[in-house]
Design a binder for this molecule. Structure first.
Ligand SMILES: NC(=O)c1ccc[n+]([C@@H]2O[C@H](COP(=O)([O-])OP(=O)(O)OC[C@H]3O[C@@H](n4cnc5c(N)ncnc54)[C@H](OP(=O)(O)O)[C@@H]3O)[C@@H](O)[C@H]2O)c1
Length: 324
């Protein structure tokens, strides 16, 4: 089968297509004939050599796919050959065939195409598990999400809207600012022109209940200062660095919770629990069109280098998708 590989870490140009063996599935797995695969920032970090596949996971890039069931394992109950599905996978998505556990695979919600479905798993599983399961978000809270037009940011904003949150976000251009306003975000800051910390302080006297951040670096101190008593800071990445100079007294005085997680290393049982909740609380919104998978661009697998360049240059809004 056609699949994407790299022999050494580096720039997008290290990626190339080669033939490899079709994965052999376990009894509980499904073999998906991949039609589309989502491209995520963790794929870039892996390509750069900083996020190796955990033991037992495919070394091929790609954490989410959509396609047609080609084969099912002996213990697979709810899927059959020919079903249209999407899945969160343990790597291997940038390939014509990918193995997926039955517990992290789902039939497409009504009104969602295969192209859109490929952009759902990684971001929606990550955001749901962090904000709702770990953060225990309640309705009507004030929440800041950094990077509002990233795959993660757009998923977070849409999930937060279902909790009637007052949403704050940061973006890197005025085009992105307008996109977030159209999405229904009340407070959007172009971090290249405004200091989000000063702006939020001005408009918000009672401070924030929760912050979802993947920027880190100089944002950590500002985040801690913006949180209300018993507020929660959830870090799912540190694009600007994870080593910071910090006075932690505010954590003690405000009884803050600082937490975070990485989805990839969690076991199938935990991921299955996330999917169960998403099906119950979020899939109905996909079906009635109140939540969407916003796609920035679709790239043929032969152009995987341009797909990675597009994500890495950072001007995209929404998901970058590979077409097999
Ligand atoms: N822990 C986990 O389980 C997990 C899972 C998935 C993803 N993640 C992390 O979540 C992040 C987003 O992933 P993604 O796939 O959605 O990536 P993405 O679409 O490429 O988003 C990255 C975004 O970061 C924004 N950004 C860069 N510097 C910023 C700054 N100083 N302030 C605010 N925004 C800034 C960029 O927007 P601008 O152009 O506007 O700067 C860009 O939209 C990544 O760091 C990724 O590693 C973690």
């Amino acid at each position: 089968m056609k699949s994407v590989h790299f022999d050494r870490p580096g720039l997008p140009e290290v990626l190339f297509i080669k033939n490899s063996k079709i994965p052999i599935i376990k009894d509980t797995e499904i073999l998906i004939n991949v039609k589309f695969a989502g491209v995520n920032r963790p794929d870039i970090i892996q390509r750069e050599g900083n996020y190796p596949a955990p033991n037992g996971h495919s070394p091929i890039l790609g954490l989410e796919v959509s396609g047609i069931v080609s084969k099912v394992g002996a213990k697979v109950k709810d899927f059959k050959k020919g079903d249209e599905v999407a899945a969160l996978v343990n790597g291997g998505g940038y390939a014509e065939y990918c193995a997926a556990d039955q517990l992290t695979t789902f039939k497409l919600p009504k009104n969602i195409s295969l192209k859109e479905a490929a952009g759902i798993p990684e971001c929606f599983f990550t955001v749901w598990s962090n904000l709702i399961m770990n953060g225990k978000l309640k309705k009507n809270k004030k929440v800041l999400v950094h990077g509002g037009t990233s795959g993660i940011g757009i998923a977070a904003i849409q999930i937060l809207k279902t909790f009637n949150a007052e949403i704050f976000t940061t973006v890197g251009s005025n085009k992105k600012k307008q996109f977030c306003k159209n999405l229904g975000v009340q407070h959007v800051f172009n971090y290249k022109e405004q200091d989000f910390f000063e702006e939020i302080k001005k408009i918000n006297k009672s401070n924030l209940d929760m912050i979802l951040d993947f920027v880190g670096g100089e944002y950590v101190k500002k985040n801690i200062n913006l949180l209300a008593t018993e507020g929660k800071l959830i870090n799912i990445g540190f694009q600007n660095g994870s080593i910071v100079d910090l006075n932690l007294i505010k954590v003690m005085l405000k009884r803050l919770i600082i937490t975070g997680s990485t989805l990839r290393i969690r076991n199938i049982k935990f991921k299955a629990k996330i999917l169960k909740s998403l099906k119950k609380f979020i899939f109905p919104h996909f079906e009635n069109g109140t939540i969407k998978c916003y796609i920035d661009s679709v790239h043929k697998i032969e152009n995987v280098v341009s797909a990675h360049q597009r994500l890495q240059e950072g001007t995209h809004i929404g998901k970058v998708i590979l077409e097999l």
